[in-house]
Design a protein around this ligand. Sequence first.
Ligand code: SF4
Length: 293
Amino acid sequence: MGERISEALHKKLTKRLSFYQDIGIGFFYRDRIPQQSTLASAETTISPAPSLPGVALPKPFQKQQPIKPAGTAPPALPRRDALPVPASASLFEAMNKVADDSLLKIRADLGDCTRCKLHRGRTTLVFGDGNPKAELVFVGEGPGRDEDEQGLPFVGRAGKLLTQMIEAMGLQRKDVYICNVVKCRPPENRTPEKEEVDTCSPFLLRQIDAIAPKVIVCLGSVAAQTLLETNRGISHFRGEWLEFRGRKLMATYHPAYLLRNPGAKGEVWKDLQKVMAVLGLQGRKGSQTGKSS
Ligand code: SF4
């Protein structure tokens, strides 16, 4: 017989496990031991989640593969053992793909979300917008004022620039899917805090899995660092093909950065041309082969 736990702890655990179940987590990794050599070679022990009455857990998950460069001869991504290692196992590593998930179900699971403090300042939760079967998904940081008011991602000045870039690729916004790491506007458009990202990003992961795009484009550091689980600056891997859960991932600058630094538009356009090549968009009517304006 196992050790008995208090009723208060039992309730707390039940509530926490119900939340993890909502977002598709059934098992948990034990924390890494810092002095163990590398992420790539370390054996990670999987501890089954404790069994609680009334909490039916989803099927066990497959251990996620470490990030690795995709393509035939890609520039090397810094090895994960060279990247800063989180102190404990991440939600992403603990998440399994939710069977038969859909954007509608994910939106329903989010509900009138109060899981992190960003809900206090929001007008509208900005879930995402576009083609639920898109081959191309853009991931930004979080809603700004215009997005918060309209409930749609990338509709302000930066959004207009993103729309121009999408159209320059020979696509329309309705062809792609656009979403953010956090779904509620951070006060004064500040960068989302780690706890907010950790709380909200599992829903982003489910969105990506449900859409199953061919290519993910991360717009800016927060999106890239969240999906790649690194603290390294985006300039270290911007423009390189990376892999995220079996999909091609390209990190590039955020359109808001381009508004402040128009000289960087050319770099972003080079990145998007690589995306166009993978999606077979080059030469299509509407696509521009030159530098974006
Ligand atoms: S940012 Fe995400 S986790 Fe936080 S309240 Fe909004 S929807 Fe919920």
